[in-house]
Write a protein that binds this ligand. Structure first.
Ligand SMILES: Nc1ncnc2c1ncn2[C@@H]1O[C@H](COP(=O)(O)OP(=O)(O)OP(=O)(O)O)[C@@H](O)[C@H]1O
Ligand SMILES: [Mg+2]
Length: 331
């Protein structure tokens, strides 16, 4: 595995006390694989991404777990070592392209600087590579975009430039947190297709965070479904979408194809997300689950492999499927 998150627990400390944003999550990404992370707002998707990148805010504590990247625990690295990995080994693309761009520097210059940071080459050679990288993200007039400032470009063009920057090393892993959410619907899919193409050409793995199961079904090899800071189900995309085991996954799928907005899903599932300051002792989904039993309220089910490479954390599903494999992953 290229990246392996094991038992990661992240807490935030604030004026209103402590809350657990991630509780004992496991997630892995193989080389060149595209793994989707879905879940409604507040489920912990971005905290997961920031944990990998070493960009958690100061009020966060990692109270348990490890994040192994090519066998090294990213959580144990110092600031300098983290910086060395970020950008070169692990690239990132966020929702708002402007946050990744220097507002008053021409696009070409930004690309040249990043390329020179990763390779020891002349300015002329770097400029040539920069131009090529704009072509690689299907910008049709790279020479003109090279000379432009970010504010002169459309949102979609800016995100292409950000992807070109993120892929310049090229990294082994790209973390994309809702990379198309801020963009016009008509170009969202083009950008996602572009990311998949780059991933295939360069062998870059992608962790794709989205609230759109449609996106997952089109792009991702595997998917992890998150709810209230837990991974409640994970497996091959088509397996999980065709044979969902967790009632939350099922509810998300039932809400398709109108899943333009995660709030639609909330309406479809009665009840509220548990208070992360005071997590339930039982299953995190028990307060909203239609299949809830006493057992669900008393103890949290671990993520168990009920079928080869398909894991779910649900007491009821486990009973319906007979015996889950006993040597399963912990939740
Ligand atoms: N710096 C912080 N301080 C306190 N709480 C935080 C902080 N960052 C995130 N959280 C909390 O952690 C939880 C998980 O947040 P996260 O941003 O990972 O959700 P998300 O799944 O990315 O949601 P969205 O789909 O809205 O982006 C939320 O309850 C959020 O309020
Ligand atoms: Mg987020």
């Amino acid at each position: 595995m290229l990246l392996e998150i094991k038992g990661l627990t992240v807490e935030f400390h604030g004026m209103r006390g402590m809350m657990t944003a991630l509780e004992n999550i496991n997630l892995s990404i193989g080389e060149g694989e595209i793994v989707g992370v879905v879940g409604e707002s507040g489920s912990g998707k971005s905290v997961t991404a920031l944990s990998i990148l070493g960009l958690l805010e100061k009020n966060a504590t990692v109270s348990n777990g490890e994040i192994l990247y090519a066998g090294r625990n990213l959580l144990a690295l110092n600031k300098k070592e983290k910086q060395a990995i970020r950008g070169k080994e692990i690239g990132m693309v966020f929702q708002e392209p402007m946050t990744a761009l220097h507002p008053t520097m021409r696009v070409g210059k930004q690309l040249v600087e990043v390329i020179k940071r990763h390779r020891h080459i002349s300015g002329k050679e770097a400029a040539k590579l920069a131009l090529q990288s704009l072509k690689d993200v299907h910008i049709h007039d790279p020479e003109s975009v090279f000379e432009k400032y970010p504010f002169e470009l459309s949102g979609g063009m800016r995100q292409r430039v950000v992807i070109a920057l993120a892929m310049s090393a090229p990294p082994k892993l790209l973390i994309a947190d809702e990379p198309t959410t801020a963009l016009d619907v008509t170009i969202q899919f083009e950008i996602l297709k572009l990311m998949k193409e780059l991933s295939q050409n360069r062998g870059t793995a992608i962790l794709l965070i989205t609230h759109d199961l449609g996106v997952v079904s089109q792009l991702c090899d595997r998917v992890a479904v998150m709810y209230a800071g837990k991974v409640v189900e994970t497996g091959g995309t088509s397996e999980v979408l065709h044979f969902p085991q967790h009632p939350y996954t099922r509810a998300l799928i039932d809400a398709l194809p109108d899943l333009a907005d995660v709030n639609d899903t909330l309406e479809a599932i009665p009840g509220e997300v548990p208070d992360l300051r005071n997590r339930p002792i039982g299953c995190v989904f028990s307060s909203r689950c239609q299949l809830v039993t006493n057992q669900c309220k008393q103890a949290a089910p671990a993520l168990e492999e009920y079928k080869r490479n398909h894991y779910a954390a649900c007491w009821v599903g486990r009973e319906q499927n007979g015996s889950a494999h006993s040597n399963s992953a912990t939740s």
